[in-house]
Design a protein around this ligand. Structure first.
Ligand code: GCB
Length: 625
């Protein structure tokens, strides 16, 4: 606000009666706040589809790190946002009139990608802000846009380049891109990020989860350069009901309406072009001959080139259709049974947040060994590496929004956060053939406000992507020995997911033998969780909890029970591998790991692994129709 406008307002106020003066002053105060707020509002990061397919300058590696539990690097002693926070990356100068109480160049390093909890013993339980700094050199080229690409920062993050704020982001499991074009210099540059993994009441997820709250820059960070006019998002998929029509759209930023967009699949000799409309979007629709459809048995991927103006992206994509018919799930028009397992993004052997190709190949390799054609990637969007591996290895995927347990379902801010994360999840990963299901939520309380909240998400997901199926993992209620699936949220879903723990949290393994099921929806059903805990190497009788025998017995009793559910079309027992959770402190058994894994975090297979493997390989579990 400039001085002139302040003086003008002062003169107007002199001419007003007293009550109105008060009102005018309040209003002007409001204006001041709004103006200051607007000046400080951080630029909103954008979503790039197929970001990992673009040439990039990696910013992975060692970053200087400062642990800042009181967030004093950003907030003053009166909790005002500082103008001279640690994002300035100051170096103390002789004769300075004030002390500089931090120095990134002397600070210990943290590796990116990587959670901080498993990199430094003192940070295992840390929840709060941590500062990251990295120097880099760059030679910007004219007529380009440059983005700071962040694969994931759990949970809130703020970024500055050369001291200038470039973005803020909330949500720990989706990638985002901050426009840094205006702030990069030729030569030496630096980026500072503050990442805060504090759990917050109005977060998504909220305060309680059953996984470790790994903080930090848990996925890759890079600089992505694109031309001035560039493709930010695109969607290409096989049209339902046809084996030879590919359709979708390509969206161009900064293009003139009527700009030409091209899509080419060289191996099929197929090529099409289209022009963008007012919103920058070009509709794609073309026929291809000789397309081999993607499936778990034949996970065929094609190189697909998307071009517009000076921009071009080389994608690697599979083409398949998915739909439901009554209580069946059809893949490429044929009924399929989903032999699955649930997986957390926990790194095998070293623990911590998974991020590498090797992590993904180990986890998905175990799923293949188990006989799976499907995996539930719980409880949040996993990284591109995992999705690319699933595409390559032929594993269908349930991808999940972190709407987990209890959120503030009556808070519109929380809905906006869930919507934002859902948008990011879909817009970044919509071209993976492996993903067939978008899951809206896990085990949420059955209340009207919750149902409305998730229905809103479901219809948003359908609008964003009408080509996939919508699901959620519901809770089940019981009347005597009958399990009843009648959660009203089921109405909004294409496929019903349910979690149940017969033999672990209720009854004993044999309780499954006398359990009947009543499912009030004539839709396909996936048992998205069942299982129980066992410590690898601990043996005893089938009656001794925590032994491999007890866990195996749960599976032996569950499988025949589940087989009797007429509309059962898939399952993903909980869980492939043991994972860290602070809710699991039992000494000598859990030691802060959820032990429901079929495999320990050190790769030891438990007996239950082989029980399930046999059922999957013999085909004694599940019917496709
Ligand atoms: C559940 C949750 C999952 C937990 C699991 C357990 O129902 O969906 O996140 O880890 O139970 O082990 O209790």
């Amino acid at each position: 606000m400039n001085l002139l406008s302040v003086r003008l307002r002062a003169r107007v106020i002199v001419l007003l009666p007293r009550r109105m003066v008060l009102f005018a002053s309040l209003a002007s105060l409001l204006i001041v706040f709004v103006v200051i707020g607007a000046a400080q509002a951080a630029p909103v990061p954008i979503v790039l589809t197929g970001a990992d397919r673009r040439p990039a300058t990696s910013l992975n590696g060692d970053w200087g790190s400062i642990i800042d539990p009181y967030f004093s690097g950003l907030f003053s002693f009166h909790h005002e946002e500082k103008g001279n926070g640690w994002f300035l990356n100051r170096k103390a100068q002789p004769g300075d009139q004030f002390p500089t109480e931090y120095d990134f160049s002397k600070a210990p390093k943290l590796k990116v990608p990587g959670d901080w909890n498993t990199q430094r013993e003192s940070l295992l339980y840390y929840e709060g802000p941590v500062w990251y700094e990295r120097d880099f050199t760059y030679q910007p080229r004219q007529h380009t846009h440059l983005f700071l690409h962040v694969g994931a920062a759990n949970y809130r993050s703020w970024f500055w380049v050369n001291g200038q704020k470039v973005c803020e982001h909330e949500g720990g499991f989706t990638s985002f891109n901050c426009d840094v074009t205006a702030v990069i210099h030729a030569g030496a540059n630096f980026v500072v990020g503050a990442v805060d993994n504090s759990r917050i009441e109005d977060g998504v997820p909220g305060l309680e989860t059953d996984w470790w709250n790994y903080g930090g820059l848990t996925r890759e960070v890079s600089l992505i350069e694109v031309p001035e006019t560039f493709i930010d998002q695109y969607d290409l998929h096989l049209r339902r009901g046809e084996g030879s029509v590919i359709e979708g759209w390509v969206h161009l930023v900064n293009g003139e309406p009527g700009a030409k967009v091209e899509v080419e699949i060289p191996e099929l000799g197929a090529r099409t072009s289209a022009t963008t409309g007012d919103g920058g979007r070009a509709a794609i629709h073309f026929s291809v001959k000789g397309l081999e459809r993607w499936s778990p048995e034949t996970p065929k991927l094609y190189k697909v080139v998307v071009r517009a103006n000076q921009d071009s992206i080389d994608e690697l994509m599979g083409f398949r259709t998915v739909e439901t018919r009554g209580t069946e799930i059809l893949l490429n028009g044929k009924p399929i049974f989903l032999r699955g397992v649930a997986i957390h993004a926990e790194a095998p052997y070293r623990t911590g947040r998974a991020y590498s190709d090797k992590d993904a190949e180990t986890l998905l390799g175990w799923a293949k060994e188990l006989g799976c054609n499907y995996v539930r990637l719980a409880h949040y969007p996993h990284d591109e590496t995992m999705l690319r591996a699933a595409d390559r290895m032929g594993l269908l995927v349930w991808s999940e929004n972190p709407v987990y347990w209890a959120l503030q379902f009556d808070n519109p801010k929380v809905l906006a956060k869930a919507e934002q994360q859902l948008d990011e999840e879909i817009n970044t990963s919509r071209n993976h053939a492996a993903i067939i299901l978008w899951s809206m939520a896990n085990e949420t309380p059955n209340t009207a406000v919750r149902t409305q909240f998730i229905e809103t998400l479901a219809s948003r997901a359908r609008t964003l992507d009408p080509t996939r199926l919508i699901t959620a993992a519901l809770l089940v209620r019981a009347e005597d020995h009958t399990k009843i699936v009648d959660d009203p949220l089921g109405k909004a879903l294409d496929v019903i997911g349910i979690n149940e723990y017969i033999g672990w949290y209720e009854g004993n393994p044999a309780t499954a033998d006398v359990t009947k099921w009543r499912i009030d929806y004539q839709k396909p059903l996936i048992v998205s969780e069942f299982g129980g805990g066992a410590k690898a190497g601990l043996h005893g009788t089938e009656k001794d909890r925590w032994t491999e025998e007890y866990q195996a017995s749960i599976f032996r009793h569950q499988l025949p029970m589940l087989n009797q559910i007429a509309q059962l079309r898939g399952m993903s027992p909980w869980v492939l591998m043991d994972f860290r959770s602070p809710n699991r402190p039992l000494v000598g058994i859990q030691d802060e790991f959820n032990r429901k894994g079929l495999i320990s975090e050190q790769g030891q297979k438990k007996q239950a692994f082989y029980v399930l493997q046999k059922a999957y390989k013999d085909g004694t579990i599940g019917k496709a129709e």
